[in-house]
Design a protein around this ligand. Structure first.
Ligand code: GRF
Length: 204
């Protein structure tokens, strides 16, 4: 079995990325972190990559003003590091058309709600949990989906429910959901690695 090479894009904390790296290190996931790209030169995600000895790059509109050049630079970086699967782990930007075309059906995003509910432009971070609480939902969760040119709209690969508890605040709910994100991402990637989940069958 060929070990899957993972390319991460992250904008901020990178805790999902770290959970996946940890799963690779302790043998729960047959994959290898190949490269980390961040649009934020000061992100904790880049710090984590440096700490783990994973090649890492800041690529953004600050380094490449022309969006087409940025798209090309991201694609080149992923290819140079032999990336099989692109993991969006809290990446706050849309990918460009060249990267999307080259890695079609091989780009995964994680969203902290049960899509198609509570997703789309403007629904990110705490805003998702605020909306879930405001709607009076009793159940929320985590979604991993394939990425296309829209926000939060590609085919769903995996979902896991998380209860909304009496007295939950945005922060308490966010923490419970994030913990589940960390589990679900590593588990889902392992299912992909061993062929239990077939991304080609989902990307129809
Ligand atoms: C997660 O809640 C994820 O669902 C969303 O962005 C957040 C990233 O968190 N897409 P982290 O950077 O992995 O800590």
């Amino acid at each position: 079995m060929r070990i899957l090479r993972l390319g991460f894009l992250a904008s901020h904390g990178g805790s999902n990325m770290q959970a996946i790296i940890d799963a690779c290190k302790d043998g729960r996931l047959d994959a290898e972190p190949a490269v980390v790209i961040s649009n934020n030169s000061e992100s904790t995600a880049l710090e984590r990559a440096r700490r783990e000895g994973i090649p890492n790059y800041h690529l953004s509109s600050a380094t490449h003003r022309d969006p087409a050049e940025l798209d090309a630079a991201i694609l080149r970086t992923l290819e140079e590091h032999g990336v099989d699967l692109v993991i969006l782990a809290g990446y706050m930007k849309l990918l460009g058309p060249r990267t999307l075309a080259r890695y079609r059906g091989r780009i995964l995003n994680i969203h902290p709600a049960l899509l198609p509910k509570f997703g789309g432009k403007g629904l990110y971070g705490k805003k998702v949990h605020e909306a879930v609480l405001a709607a009076g939902e009793r159940v929320t969760g985590v979604t991993i989906h394939l990425v296309d040119e829209r926000y939060d709209a590609g085919p769903i690969v995996a979902q896991s429910e998380v209860p909304v508890l009496e007295g939950d605040t945005v922060d308490s709910l966010a923490a419970r959901v994030l913990e589940r994100e960390h589990q679900l991402f590593a588990e889902t990637l392992q299912k992909i690695a061993v062929g239990e989940i077939d991304l080609d069958a989902i990307d129809k």
